[in-house]
Write a protein that binds this ligand. Structure first.
Ligand code: MN
Length: 269
């Protein structure tokens, strides 16, 4: 039996913290330093992966950390070549509570694999629903409606939680996602555009998380890193005309609720 968590028993106020709900730490040349940076700054970081084989190393390196967790992914953009790896995904799924990056991408470059992507994403959703309690970071480029239909059909709200990462769907689709219980992890690219700003205004504040999607987004000429979620939080605060500290605290609260944790422990694995 695990030892009782002493923190959970105290009535001390919960600390706010930074959240990077979607970052590809393993795609930086200095992967280990990136993990350490999240640890040093206590940034709750979800290290998403693009293939099940990449997950294994991420899991090894992040398991001993306090604040970084690896997510098991099979990215829609690699499904064209790697659909067969769904069997490895299914084998590894019991090892983690976190799944991502998964989803659908209907942009022209990846459209030829779209049917296969749908088949694989359905299996990801079914396997995750069957296991229960999983948290999924989901890609939905040009495919928001289709993603939501599959989530509705194969991933009931009581079986886990979907975080829509870098959501670019229509407002009607965002509303549908809210009805389905989804969270939204918001990054700097979304906040650069009016459509993204409009979305932030209509999504319920208690469903919003922050992400960097590093190293794919840039800050000036360098790739963003988890600490840059500070910029995302400031930009959300500007759009909502709220104090930055309130947005930061609310995102921490949302993340805690998402994990159904009630203590200062960052991740309930
Ligand atoms: Mn990504």
């Amino acid at each position: 039996m695990p030892a009782p968590d002493p923190v959970a028993k105290t009535a001390a106020p919960l600390e706010p913290f930074l959240v990077d709900a979607h970052c590809h730490l393993d795609l930086y040349p200095n992967f280990l330093e990136m993990i350490q940076e999240s640890e040093t700054h206590a940034i709750r970081t979800l290290a998403v992966t693009t293939t099940p084989l990449a997950f294994q190393r991420n899991q090894e390196l992040t398991a001993p950390t306090q604040y970084v967790r690896a997510a098991l992914g099979i990215h829609p953009q690699v499904i064209g070549e790697r659909a067969a790896e769904i069997s490895i995904f299914e084998k590894l799924l019991p090892l983690t509570r976190y799944v991502g990056e998964v989803g659908l991408d209907a942009s022209p470059r990846f459209y030829s694999s779209f049917q296969t992507q749908e088949r694989i994403f359905q299996r990801v959703l079914e396997a995750s629903a069957e296991a229960g309690g999983k948290i999924l970071s989901v890609h939905s480029v040009r495919a928001a409606s289709r993603v939501l239909k599959l989530v509705e059909k194969f991933f009931p709200e009581d079986r886990g939680t979907v975080i829509l990462h870098w959501f670019t769907g229509a407002q009607s689709e965002a509303k549908r996602a809210v009805e389905l219980g989804c969270f939204f992890s918001v990054n700097s690219a979304m906040l650069d555009r009016d459509t993204g700003k409009q979305l932030i205004r209509i999504i319920p504040p208690d469903r919003v998380l922050s992400e960097t999607d590093g190293p794919f987004l840039l800050k000036g000429k360098r790739p963003v890193r988890p600490l840059d979620v500070c910029d995302v939080i400031c930009a959300i605060a500007t759009v909502l005309n709220e104090p930055t500290i309130d947005v930061r605290n609310r995102i921490a609260q949302n993340f805690r609720r998402l994990l159904k944790g009630n203590s200062n422990r960052p991740f309930e694995v």
